[in-house]
Design a protein around this ligand. Structure first.
Ligand code: FAD
Length: 497
């Protein structure tokens, strides 16, 4: 409520925010979470909470009037279409040289993502978070995060025979024939539920191709895991459709947080202020960085240090498709939850997921999302004239990612006698190099904050999301974001409260 005073306010309800809320509540602290997106707990006019991947509607995009699908074209035809402006679930945020996809709503990215829950190889951890004790992470916090998220692995025997993973078996065959290590990728999807979907005994979600705009069944998003547990303590309240716009030191101690209440067409209907002893920035890498850069540049929080806004990376994301021979069909029915990967990180700097193309027709295409060791890092800065925070990422900076992905796919194409698809990202465009699903950094651990996420310059302000991670996790990021949040909140509860 306007004018309220709370002990802890958390900005955002993604992985970092949900971990903080649960652990603080379990320690007896009352927590208030503020989320700009919707609650996503009420069915729409079609009786479903989430829209289908192939039929985006008002629910699908954050305040856009036209969809912006990651794959813009298919067989030469543009895919995007007009939709009503609405506070939908997926934000395709255009940041100059890159489109950054993010989840909007209670659960953050867990609402829209593929649920791939990957712990980095331990040998690579030093490059991910150099100031963090790896023994503690691999003995305590990664296991705690995996348990809290409900991570599991596909049954390999079922995988070997079920129709909906034919595309992944083709991906495995091609990887192995070219000598690349093939790995199963863990996921938070309920694998027993998916077996029942494939058997036709329950309502279908992944097997029907649902992903990107939400899964109506089967996926354990944060709503089903950390947030459910946090709410069950009775100490956590959440305000959806409320966007934090400022955090300023309060005269009597603590911080005054300014919050805009939104309607579903994005109109601001009220501006409220809440005073909080402690504030956790958990608005995601982009959300947290934009707030902090603005707060420092405009003199609201001038003592934040010069690392604010720096060290941003896109986890080296690059997409591509390959055109298979007619004797290698990838299947009409494709489970939308990926479970297979090609690991060429050590030799070529690329870890590629065998991704679905859930179009409902045979495409003879293999589709991949690669995570690569792209060395480029960008910076957020305040453009006073334009009145917004900008990111200086250059589209050309994806070239190292393309080169690393080619270490896998040039070899497979040459071995199989196949070619790249050129119809998925525009006309005659092979590489999906205009986007990322994995924004990381902007308030890097042990630089903008201390080694536990306490912001330098202000007691009681913390960062606890993907903004802490300096640009790359070598694999999909949310398990690392969750594990780091588990580590940091344990320390903060023990020493600061
Ligand atoms: P987020 O989860 O982004 O949460 C931040 C929250 O804060 C959001 O809900 C946002 O609406 C809210 N917010 C922002 N600003 C404000 C504000 N000013 N006021 C109030 N609220 C605010 N990762 C994986 O590991 N595996 C995958 O399979 C995978 N697939 C993905 C697929 C897609 C399509 C996308 C978009 C992402 C995917 N990711 C995946 C990435 C993963 O979802 C993110 O890394 C993760 O969600 C980041 O967690 P976070 O806690 O940093 O922030």
């Amino acid at each position: 409520d306007d004018g309220a005073r709370v002990p802890v306010l958390i900005i955002g309800t993604g992985y970092g925010g949900s971990v903080a809320a649960l652990r603080l509540a379990q320690a007896g602290v009352d927590v208030h979470m503020v989320e700009m997106g919707m609650a996503w707990d009420t069915p729409g006019t079609d009786g479903k909470i989430f829209a289908h991947t192939t039929k985006p509607d008002y629910r699908s995009y954050w305040l856009r009037t036209r969809t912006k699908a990651p794959l813009s074209n298919f067989l030469g035809f543009p895919i995007d279409k007009n939709v009503p402006k609405y506070t939908g679930i997926l934000d395709a945020e255009e940041m100059g040289g890159i489109t950054v996809y993010q989840g909007r709503g209670v659960g953050g990215g867990s609402l829209v993502n593929g649920g791939m829950a990957v712990t980095p190889k331990r040998a690579n951890f030093g490059s991910v978070l150099p100031s963090v004790n790896a023994d503690e992470m691999y003995n305590t916090y990664y296991p705690r995060a995996n348990a809290g998220l409900g991570v599991g692995l596909v049954d390999p025997a079922w995988f070997d025979t079920v129709a909906c993973y034919q595309y992944a078996r083709v991906g495995r065959k091609h990887a192995q024939r070219s000598g690349f290590p093939f790995v199963f990728v863990p996921d938070v999807y309920d694998w027993d539920y998916m077996k029942q979907e494939a058997a036709g005994t329950v309502p279908k979600s992944a097997v029907d191709g649902e992903i990107l705009y939400g899964n109506n069944h089967g996926k354990k998003s944060l709503q089903q895991t950390y947030i459910a547990a946090a709410k069950a303590t009775g100490k956590v309240s959440i305000s959806p459709l409320h966007q934090v716009t400022s955090v300023a030191p309060a005269s009597g101690g603590g911080y005054t947080v300014t919050i805009n209440q939104l309607t579903t067409d994005g109109t601001v209907t009220a501006t409220k202020t809440v005073t909080s002893d402690r504030v956790f920035f958990a608005a995601g890498s982009v959300g947290t960085s934009k707030l902090l850069v603005w707060l420092k540049a405009t003199g609201v929080l001038p003592n934040l240090n010069d690392e604010i806004g720096k060290g941003w990376g896109e986890n080296g994301n690059v997409m591509c498709g390959r055109a298979n021979h007619m004797w290698d069909p990838t299947g009409k029915v494709q489970a939308a939850i990926p479970c297979a990967g090609i690991d060429n990180w050590d030799a070529g700097g690329a870890f590629a997921e065998v991704a679905p193309l859930p179009t409902g027709i045979e495409t003879y295409a293999s589709f991949y999302l690669s995570i690569t060791k792209n060395p480029h890092r960008a910076q957020f800065s305040w453009n006073a004239a334009a009145g917004k925070v900008e990111l200086n990422w250059q589209t050309a900076w994806k070239q190292p990612s393309i080169d690393m992905a080619k270490t896998i796919f040039d070899k497979i194409n040459s071995k199989e006698g196949t070619i790249y698809r050129t119809d998925l990202f525009g006309t005659n465009k092979i590489w999906g190099d205009h986007l990322t699903y994995h924004p990381l950094g902007g308030a890097v651990l042990n630089r903008a904050t201390d080694n536990y996420g306490r912001l330098h310059g202000y007691t009681g302000l913390y960062v606890i999301d993907g903004a802490l991670i300096p640009g790359n996790t070598t694999v999909n990021p949310f398990v690392t974001i969750t594990a780091l949040a588990e580590r940091n909140i344990e320390k903060i509860i023990a020493t600061d409260l």
